[in-house]
Design a binder for this molecule. Structure first.
Ligand SMILES: [Zn+2]
Length: 125
């Protein structure tokens, strides 16, 4: 008899060799891209799909979920909130970077201003 945990580890081995590998190709014979869904219906769910899915002439509809669906709306809501928190964190980090760049520019401006004032004072003496 095979336990459920060994089923899980067998699935991981199979997934690592098949679904997760770069060798997975779509109907266009291109490597299927790896993505993570950010929709409200499937938040955080990993999938692979055709890199040309926006190209209506190629008509490739290759798509494969890598994770099972979330069991209910409670988990979906938790994942959506986590993604929103991550987005807010990214926004805060970006604002901090802009703030640091502005502070460095301000410091440079003050240094140049002080140097110019010193030069002017030296010329007057
Ligand atoms: Zn394709």
């Amino acid at each position: 008899m095979v336990s459920s945990s060994s089923h899980a580890s067998l699935y991981k081995i199979w997934a690592s060799k098949n679904r997760w590998s770069e060798e997975l190709r779509c109907k266009c014979d291109e490597p299927a891209t790896f993505s993570i869904s950010i929709t409200d219906e499937n938040p955080g769910r990993k999938f692979r799909g055709c890199p040309n899915f926006k190209d209506k002439y190629k008509k490739c509809d290759f798509f494969l979920w890598l994770d099972p669906p979330l069991p209910n709306s409670h988990y979906k809501e938790i994942m959506c909130n986590l993604y929103r928190d991550l987005e807010r964190e990214k926004d805060v980090k970006m604002l901090l970077k802009v703030f640091v760049v502005l502070m460095v520019l301000l410091l440079l401006f003050v240094v140049v201003l002080v140097m110019m004032m010193n030069k002017l004072l030296d010329e007057r003496i």
